[in-house]
Design a protein around this ligand. Structure first.
Ligand code: FUL
Length: 512
């Protein structure tokens, strides 16, 4: 089923691609998240350019959230399907005790920063009373047709200080307009409702699926128009997946890449457009298959025509399906599995988008809530205290104070001096510490630069022993290794594209 989803995603994404356009919203010089590669650029110049591509403000804010949630909810919750066909009667939508407050309260308590609701999935049923279709909650028995799930979720997000995001499926198997130019107008009207009537929206998630509509026709999506509408109405919102700001990691397993570059080639960018509007943002829809293992190595960027900051989002469901199915109650991922996913998503320079599907009653099911709470307990026990805090830190620095990397504050950082392309941080703790996790964070506002690093501990005989190696770091890289006890550890940056800026370095103990 999921493989099918993937292949459909890419077949249809390819068919629905939009090439390029530029909009006039200004980026400051420091916020340049795209660069043109000149055919005459030497490999060293290309590496230098890559090292200086940085996230836009909205991409940076998005990345710092680390944990975001998906809420798949709609007629499928009641029909037991994953993809509705658009013929479902609104009468099936009858939650007995819809409690959006509970969804958001639990997510907040688990450390999540944003919730993205499927306002409309492929079946076309709208969870808000859209003025432009009858296929919505306004014809559902729930609250006598006066209900609005989007309102309840966005209000709850505001109440708990969470960001709110929308999933609006371009593929609509209900609308009779689908497959005609009028559908793009319809989509713009629906987007406008969602972007203007529910307060701040921080993420807009576009799926690549572009199947046939009720009349057997396919739609050519007007992504260009949608993007510019979003930029105008919600300029801080990132546009994800079939969007220019956030890239789909390429799996739905919760696993990113060991080597995850946020700076990748985007060859559909028009170099002239970037050069001409060098202070302006250039937007594109994603092109091609970005599921490969190597998206941004030196070998790959050398062949690029342009490079952009395009970070990975890792979407995965807490259950086998995206929507709630009672027969999957025994297949909810355990706290340990969620913790593993944290390591392979956030810990691999990505943002986790974990799906929690509300059940037929309209609540997060007991098992899901228990797992979520268990995950949080495990997270807190592991990461509450950096075992390096209070340690003596030695490093040849070009900027900042060495202690900045262990002060728990992402905003204070250091830049080591690179000697022969390498840098070493030496930590000496007051007492021996026992750990099995290394956490390293670059301040990505200064670019993503580390290409290789390793961790060594000094053993009882005074010998250095390597315990972990990694490649890229980016916003966060977590490495697990066999438990060590030591007082002296050293982190070596073996290769970097330019002088990296480190925000935080930590050692932790994960008890599984
Ligand atoms: C896919 C959709 O087809 C699934 O139903 C789900 O919404 C997932 C997040 O994206 O492409």
């Amino acid at each position: 089923m999921w493989l099918k989803t993937h292949s459909r995603f890419f077949r249809t994404a390819a068919a629905c691609m939009v090439l390029l356009f530029s909009v006039s919203s200004l980026l400051s010089a420091q916020e340049q998240n795209a660069v043109v590669i000149d055919p005459a650029d030497s490999p060293a110049e290309i590496v230098r350019k890559a090292a200086n591509v940085v996230p836009s403000r909205r991409q940076f804010d998005w990345q710092r959230q680390e944990l975001t949630a998906f809420l798949h909810y709609g007629v499928n919750t009641y029909t037991g399907r994953e993809w509705g066909d658009g013929t479902e009667s609104p009468a099936v939508f009858r939650p007995a005790a819809l409690d959006a407050d509970q969804w958001i309260r639990e997510l907040k308590a688990a450390g999540f920063k944003c919730a993205i609701l499927t306002c409309k999935h492929h079946d076309g049923f709208c969870l808000w009373p859209s003025a432009y279709t009858e296929h919505s909650v306004k014809h559902a028995p729930w609250k006598d047709g006066k209900g609005d799930v989007v309102r309840e979720v966005s209000d709850a997000c505001r109440k708990y200080g969470m960001s709110f995001g929308i999933y609006l499926s371009p593929w609509d198997r209900n609308s009779r307009l689908y497959g005609t130019e009028a559908y793009n107008d319809y989509f713009v009207k629906q987007l406008t409702e969602l972007l203007t009537q529910y307060g701040k929206v921080s993420e807009v998630w576009f799926d690549g699926a572009c199947g046939e509509g009720a009349n057997g026709r396919k739609q050519e999506y007007d992504f260009v128009r949608w993007y510019s509408l979003i930029r105008r109405l919600q300029p801080d919102a990132v546009i994800a997946v079939m969007g220019p700001d956030v890239r789909w990691v390429g799996t739905e397993t919760g696993r990113g890449r060991e080597t995850e570059w946020s700076v990748v080639p985007k060859d559909n960018l028009d170099p002239e457009a970037i050069a001409e509007h060098s202070q302006k943002e250039v937007l594109t829809a994603p092109v091609g298959d970005m599921r490969g293992q190597d998206l941004g190595s030196r070998k790959v960027i050398e062949k690029a025509k342009s490079l952009v900051w395009y970070p990975a989002e890792i979407d995965v469901s807490i259950r086998p399906g995206w929507f709630y199915h009672a027969d999957q109650d025994s297949k909810v991922k355990s706290p340990k599995e969620l913790m593993d996913i944290y390591f392979t998503s956030v810990g691999m320079n990505g943002v986790l988008l974990l799906n929690l599907p509300p059940d037929k009653e309209g609540r997060l099911a007991k098992g899901d809530v228990e797992s979520l709470r268990g995950f949080r307990r495990l997270y807190d026990t592991t990461f509450a205290h950096n075992l390096l805090s209070g340690a003596r830190v030695r490093c040849r620095l070009s900027d900042g104070k060495a202690g900045n990397v262990i002060d728990g504050d992402y905003d204070t950082s250091v830049r080591p001096e690179l000697k022969g392309g390498k840098a070493v941080f030496l930590f000496r703790t007051k007492r021996p510490v026992t750990f099995n996790v290394l956490s390293v964070q670059e301040d990505i506002r200064r670019g993503q630069r580390v290409e290789a690093f390793s961790l060594e501990v000094k053993d009882a005989g005074g010998k250095w022993k390597e315990v972990a190696v990694g490649t890229t770091v980016g916003h966060k890289r977590l490495l697990k290794f066999p438990t060590q006890t030591a007082r002296e550890v050293r982190l070596t940056i073996g290769q970097a594209r330019a002088v990296p800026t480190f925000s935080e370095i930590g050692l932790y103990r994960l008890v599984e």
